[in-house]
Design a protein around this ligand. Sequence first.
Ligand SMILES: Cc1cc2nc3c(=O)[nH]c(=O)nc-3n(C[C@H](O)[C@H](O)[C@H](O)COP(=O)(O)OP(=O)(O)OC[C@H]3O[C@@H](n4cnc5c(N)ncnc54)[C@H](O)[C@@H]3O)c2cc1C
Length: 416
Amino acid sequence: MRYSGFKILKEALSGHKGWTPAWRDPDPKPQYDIIIIGGGGHGLATAYYLARQFHQCNVAVLEKGWIGGGNVGRNTTIIRSNYLLDGNEPFYEFSLKLWEGLEQDLNYNAMVSQRGILNLIHSDAQRDAFMRRGNGMILHGADAELLSADQVRREYPFLNFDNARFPIKGGLAQRRGGTVRHDAVAWGYARGADSHGVDILQNCEVTGFRIENGKCLGVDTSRGFIGAGKVGVAVAGNSSRIMAQAGMRLPIESHVLQAFVSEGLKPVLPGVITFGAGHFYCSQSDKGGLVFGGDIDGYNSYAQRGNLPVIEDVAEGGMALFPGLGRVRLLRMWGGVMDMSMDGSPIIDRTHIDGLYFNGGWCYGGFKATPASGWCFAHLLATDTPHAVAKAYRFDRFRRGRMIDEKGMGAQPNLH
Ligand SMILES: Cc1cc2nc3c(=O)[nH]c(=O)nc-3n(C[C@H](O)[C@H](O)[C@H](O)COP(=O)(O)OP(=O)(O)OC[C@H]3O[C@@H](n4cnc5c(N)ncnc54)[C@H](O)[C@@H]3O)c2cc1C
């Protein structure tokens, strides 16, 4: 079924009886050409591009819970391609371009909103660093604009420009950045993949791999054994647990990241603002709620909820930047499990086990990567070669010392 304005009108006039489920609920087949473990954004996008780009339709996505229940439905919805390093910028710019055409491609309203993102500048050193990053972005074909304090003030008059510790001295803007409705991305990719014949198997937890003579033959699941020619793992925060079942230890730690939403307000923030110096970022949803967050909780965990000290820390950061926030009530908050890699950048690669492929280490920036991650993982699974923009995301970079460390933090996953 194609969605359109005409279809909505027709259904409105006929009692909404003509809508069909957006994807099927099939029983598992005994064998698939390719199995993707994890029905988050990355797993579903991989299945969609496998079918649409690479004509691989005998594919199943295995999800232990429900579509959109993981980080894809828990993030703060920001998309951007404002990276500095060569290994990252072309990948994230490719992703942003895919976002720009995604709704037409999927025939699904994912509420892609290029309302812009602004990284605030509080010191001369930070201005130098952001200018360098902006130049790097422009060299890779992305857009970047350095704003003065007055320009920022015109767009964001409610911020505290004269904070003694963090005065606002300008910002690095990427106008093509913005937000996308997170769970709609999962639903849109699920519907798109299903329409090409991909089986989406919810409530199907993978409990082990069947590996014989160095080759992965399939997976044991809560719904029985399912055979596969190739198995791709895209389980984000659960990466270490799943890959341990294949005997692999990853350069990844799991940490909790929290998100917060306030009560609805009249428009106060036109775009996304990030206050890196104070560990706070914020945007305003279309319903009016302020959507904000800060740092990860800082200890290893697989729990999808966080702790009070970080809430206090995020609220302090918010108040330093945006004093009016103190008058706003917090409506809800939640946590997600982040797959934090040792250099803060992801991995899309084959493993040493024949037929077993891995996608993970997205840290807290994997939502914006969803389309490119799916495309590049599908490319790898279909052709056994890395996509040009994902060549740097190999396991062996940790052995060879070729880190992609945007923040320059070293092997400290909790700080990336
Ligand atoms: C609070 C918060 C804010 C964030 N903000 C942003 C942001 O603004 N911008 C941005 O770019 N990124 C952001 N992120 C990061 C982003 O959400 C993630 O990097 C990205 O969603 C991870 O990929 P995914 O969508 O595939 O993960 P998930 O949606 O977590 O998908 C993984 C799936 O694997 C399933 N799974 C796990 N184990 C098994 C098993 N054994 N068998 C079968 N299935 C299994 C899980 O149930 C889950 O559904 C944020 C994350 C959080 C938590």
